[in-house]
Design a protein around this ligand. Structure first.
Ligand code: GDP
Length: 587
């Protein structure tokens, strides 16, 4: 037997990078994109032609299409993303203020700004960017810094909420005591909860005669925010942003809540963080306000940022002061980028500008990808047992009808979780809601404007709009099936008796024998049985009959084979050949 021979393989090998769009993947396979899409769909992945899929997904789909999919080495990306954090130190909390329009967010941010012990001495903060930091003295008179993210413009605000999970440690939910809980209050609370960010409620405008704190608390309790004094876990502070009443108490509470979270970062690693604003400025080019989350960002650091890259030429703090370095939780404005990054994009310092350019070229950085394996991994780890959707319908009647049908297709194992629902066209906040909770957006007889479509495209959120209810249900059933763990069926293919051992390397064993029942197949898993006892398992990596490589050998014939196994095979052993089939279960 030729020990150097490769195991027989009928699969074509294709090399791909870690992330590709469906179109690029189909091109790599030299297959019609529709065929690739249909196999994806069969596996529960509803991806359109331009959406990105990850390597694991490509491997699974490729296997089904007769390809052996190998990943091209772009390990540099994972290397930079997974820096080990060894020198953890405390960082200041990052806070976002949310709430219904006119409930006093801006006023509160102003009031907080004026509590700063450092800048008030030097004439107050003149804010240059959409974020600021204050330093206050806590109860023990210790100086503490808090970073506040401002919310410029409506789109950024709603996008900020969607990205909340990544950029904010605590949310201050402002509710006006004379107006109570309103739609945006509910939405903000939902966003924060979905993102697992603790909420401190600021019941504002308590100076007004029609302020009703108790009623506001009752309404908050109704939406799942039970005040601490009623046995709940949501701290609430009555304030007046206008009269600067109880602002210190509110900040004290923010510190208390954030102290409960482990807020640490390693200031010694290459810096990384997130974009919170960006715009073009004449003479300076693309400018971005970023929040440093790990490491220390230095002047002249080469970075990749979203789909672009650059070198930090100018760095300014929120006061517009030029600085040379920025530590974790610091918001800063940077210049020196090739192009404008998007809100929510991540940045990462790399070794040099060339590396930054090369990495950006691979296009795969930080692209959000759709992945079946991620979903199934999450299921296996018990993290995910549901398919999250944002559901929009034309009228209340159809919304209810769809909800009832969806309940029917859910099982005890996997279910559909409607994270947000409503009547009317798909809007920006639906997309952000989907983004915050990794949900699909499902619409029934509704529309989505070009702006909304563009936002969804940018954020890689899938919007599926249906006119026919059973098509909607069919698609969701298929997606849900992707969430079911496959059933693994083991079937015995045949058995052989070992008659000779030719060679034993570290794990490879070359043996000869005779097939007693059924057949022996190449690439089969074998159980090594001695005196009716299974000693171990192995895999056949090469199979020969009459010195020719074959895919199987039938009962009654002799064969030579290479087995990879940690168990030493002996003459007289029986090898039982098994096949494992994964059956994708449908609902
Ligand atoms: P935003 O839309 O949430 O940012 O709300 P603003 O901060 O712009 O406040 C809306 C209105 O409420 C403004 O006219 C503020 O002056 C007023 N306002 C904000 N906070 C208070 C407060 O504590 N008491 C009173 N009486 N008015 C307030």
């Amino acid at each position: 037997m030729d020990t150097n021979s490769n195991p027989a393989t009928t699969k074509k090998i294709v090399e791909v990078s870690s992330v590709l769009s469906v179109r690029e993947y189909a091109e790599a396979l030299k297959m019609p994109v529709t065929q690739v899409m249909s196999v994806l769909f069969k596996n529960g992945v509803m991806a359109t032609i331009n959406e990105s899929i990850d390597f694991e997904t490509m491997a699974i789909i490729g296997d089904e299409l007769g390809y052996d999919v190998k990943e091209k080495a772009d390990e540099k990306i994972s290397k930079i993303v997974e820096v080990e954090r060894k020198h953890l130190t405390e960082r200041s909390p990052v806070v976002t203020v949310m709430g219904h329009v006119d409930h006093g967010k801006t006023k509160l941010l102003d009031a907080i700004r004026s509590t700063d012990v450092v800048s008030t001495e030097s004439g107050g903060i003149t804010q240059h960017i959409g974020a600021y930091q204050i330093t206050i003295k806590d109860k023990e008179k210790k100086e503490r810094t808090i970073t506040f993210l401002d919310t410029p413009g409506h789109e950024a605000f709603s996008a900020m909420r969607a990205h909340g999970a990544n950029i904010t440690d605590v949310v201050i939910l402002v509710v006006a005591a004379n107006d109570g809980v309103k739609p945006q209050t509910i939405e903000a609370a939902k966003h924060a909860k979905e993102a697992n960010v603790p909420i401190v409620v600021a019941i504002n405008k308590i100076d007004l005669p029609d302020a009703d704190i108790e009623k506001t608390k009752r309404q908050l309790a109704d939406i799942g925010l039970l005040p601490e004094e009623w046995g709940g876990s949501t701290p609430m502070v009555g304030i007046s942003a206008k009269n600067h009443l109880n602002i210190d108490e509110l900040l004290e509470m923010v510190l208390l809540v954030s102290d409960l979270k482990e807020m640490k970062a390693d200031a010694t690693v290459p810096a990384s963080g997130v974009v919170i604003e960006s715009h073009m400025q004449a003479g300076k080019g693309p400018l971005a306000t970023v929040l440093v989350q790990e490491g220390t960002l230095h002047l002249n650091d080469p970075i990749i940022i979203g789909q672009t890259y650059g070198k930090i030429r100018i760095m300014e703090n929120y006061l517009g002061k030029k600085i040379k370095e920025a530590k974790p939780s610091t918001p800063i404005q940077i210049a020196g980028l090739q192009d404008l990054p998007n809100f929510g994009d991540r940045f990462q310092v790399v070794e040099n500008e060339k590396e930054a350019r090369d990495l950006v070229k691979t296009k795969s950085i930080h692209r959000k990808v759709i992945s079946i394996t991620e979903i199934s991994k999450d299921i296996k780890e018990g993290k995910l047992k549901e398919l999250k959707i944002v559901l929009k319908a034309d009228v209340a009647g159809s919304l209810e009808a769809i909800k009832t049908s969806l309940e029917k297709i859910s099982t005890s194992e996997v279910k559909i979780n409607i994270v947000h629902e409503g009547v009317g066209d798909v809007n920006e906040s639906d997309i952000n809601m989907a983004l915050a909770s990794t949900a699909l957006v499902i619409g029934f007889r509704v529309k989505a404007s070009t702006d909304v479509m563009n936002l969804a495209k940018r954020e890689n959120i899938k919007i599926s709009i249906y006119d026919i209810i059973y098509q909607l249900l069919d698609d969701l059933t298929a997606a849900l099936s992707g969430l079911l763990e496959p059933e693994i069926i083991e079937t015995e293919v045949g058995r052989m008796e070992v008659l000779a051992i030719f060679k034993v390397a570290r794990q490879d064993q070359i043996i000869g024998g005779k097939v007693k029942t059924g057949r022996i197949e190449n690439n089969c898993v074998v159980k090594i049985v001695r005196d009716k006892e299974t000693l171990g398992e192995g895999k056949i990596t090469s199979l020969q009959q009459n010195k020719r490589e074959v895919s199987d050998v039938q009962e009654g014939f002799e064969c030579g084979l290479k087995v990879v196994s940690a168990t030493k095979i002996k003459v007289g052993d029986s090898l039982e050949c098994y096949k494992h089939e994964e059956i994708i279960r449908r609902l």
